[in-house]
Design a protein around this ligand. Structure first.
Ligand code: PMP
Length: 465
């Protein structure tokens, strides 16, 4: 780590943070009051797979910046330089105009997404999803007198933090205190076979889980259902990989009832599962694909809602007074730093074959975590794809009773103390699970993975014996 940074008065930074910053996703009480029990954690610097905190302590980051984002790792000067050069040339212009990096990145992105043609820029995953929801609603108004407006979403999936996204959110614990919600969003069952809802297995299970979507469409009335929004591999809901047979049947059902298929790739894109996008493992042909975190690996804020030409065409109209265009704007969708960073991010993934590394290291890590499962009865199931893996902790393998949330947190805390940052999903979900979550940068090596797995091993031994 750069020693100069520690010359700064870091204790002043900590106190400024403690006094004025409202951190995401955390209870602040232990940090505040006359006698605080802990300091907020401040990450000061990063290189490759590693970050350093305010105390100068080194951490191996197994969660890519906390939430599946820094896919190409820290300290990428070529991304920083591209952003710097672009900012000096033109930082921003928005409205109905374009930009050079915006045009070039959309061309590059689309070259990896056969069947899709249009990129709508915005700046967060939630907002990208809202754009798709709005397009679906506008299509309903244009073509179906407003009737085919309902949007289906799945239990355990997450699509963002706004009220409409929470209305499409399958994790009740996240939304419990923020209602009332937006009407027109309808839930379908999750597809996690480990927590089975049907007495079937493998492909039959996958088909049954997809058929459950058809049942909801029929119950609601196919003429009222405009779209379904799904994560290709569910992230925060428990790292849920879909069973065999699930996706082909989902696609079939969407075609049968003319339901637009919206795939939320905010976590899986770009590269996280070993293909550019998670849906590309399953032969799906989506109408909308939304993405955010890994688009520029966190070096700049950028998100996109990508659509097919079929969707785009529905918004074209030659009459000069037409109000039928997509009447939407995103102020920071006009920042040029995002696509400039994203272009370099994609170039790095290609030149360093990070998709290939993700497949190889993902397989290796899956094997290592499965070996850990043989050793620790508390691991009920290991699942995931590429460098997007989870280990679900259970108090009892037969009943699959979830482990106490505090114990799952203790595993994360112990890994942290050992200098390895891992995550945990699904806190406090009655009858559901606590899943340790791993998403190292796509540059991870075997040594990095060994260190992550060994820290987990030690933590599990310490906490569960
Ligand atoms: N979709 C998924 C699958 C996500 O995991 C997230 C964020 N965790 C979002 C959407 C929302 O993205 P953002 O936080 O950028 O709004």
């Amino acid at each position: 780590m750069d020693g100069k940074l520690m010359d700064n008065d870091i204790s002043h930074v900590v106190e400024a943070d403690r006094a004025h910053v409202w951190h995401h996703l955390i209870q602040h009480a232990p940090w505040t009051g006359a006698d605080p029990k802990a300091d907020p954690r401040i990450i000061v610097e990063g290189r490759g797979m590693r970050v350093w905190d305010q105390k100068g302590k080194e951490h191996l980051d197994a969660v890519s910046g906390g939430v599946w984002t820094v896919n190409v790792g820290y300290g990428r000067e070529r991304i920083a330089n591209a952003v710097r050069n672009q900012l000096i040339k033109l930082p921003y212009f928005a409205g109905s105009t374009g930009s050079i990096p915006g045009a070039l990145f959309s061309e590059k992105l689309i070259s990896k997404m056969p069947g899709l043609t249009r990129v709508y820029y915005t700046n967060s995953g939630s907002e990208a999803n809202e754009k798709a929801f709005k397009m679906v609603r506008q299509i309903a108004h244009k073509r179906y007198g407003g009737k085919k407006h309902k949007i289906l979403y799945r239990d355990r999936d997450y699509h963002g933090t706004t009220i409409a996204c929470l209305s499409a959110g399958g994790q009740d614990e996240r939304g419990a205190q923020y209602g009332p919600y937006t009407p027109g969003f309808v839930r379908v069952p999750h597809c996690l076979e480990y927590r089975a809802q049907w007495d079937l297995s493998g492909e039959e299970y996958g088909i049954a889980a997809a058929n459950a979507i058809e049942e909801v469409i029929l119950a609601e009335g196919p003429d009222t259902v405009g779209a379904i929004c799904l994560e290709p591999v569910t992230a925060g809901g428990g790292v849920i990989t879909p069973p065999e047979g699930y996706w082909p049947r989902v696609q079939e059902i969407c075609r049968k009832y003319d339901v637009l298929l919206h795939i939320d790739e905010v976590v899986c894109g770009l590269g996280r599962t070993g293909t550019w996008f998670g849906y590309q493992h399953y032969g799906i042909e989506p109408d909308f694909v939304t993405m955010a975190k890994g688009v520029a690996s966190g070096y700049a804020a950028i998100a996109c809602c990508v659509t097919s030409e079929r969707v785009f065409d529905l918004f074209k109209d030659d009459t000069s007074d037409s109000m039928n265009y997509f009447r939407d704007i995103s102020t920071f969708g006009g920042c040029t730093a995002g696509p400039a960073a994203a272009l370099e991010n994609m170039a790095i993934i290609e030149e360093e074959d990070l998709l290939g590394n993700t497949v190889a290291m993902g397989d290796y890590m899956l094997d290592q975590l499965r070996a850990l499962q043989d050793k620790h009865a508390v691991i009920g199931q290991v699942r995931g794809k590429g460098l997007f893996l989870g280990a679900e902790l259970v108090a009892d393998r037969t009943t699959k009773e979830p482990v106490d949330e505090k114990l799952a947190q203790a595993v994360v805390g112990d890994c942290n103390a050992q200098g390895v940052i891992i995550g945990v999903t699904n806190r406090s979900i009655p009858g559901f699970n606590n899943t340790l979550c791993y998403s190292p940068a796509l540059i991870a090596t075997k040594d990095d993975i060994d260190q992550i797995v060994s820290a987990t091993d030690k933590a599990l031994t310490k906490i569960f014996g």
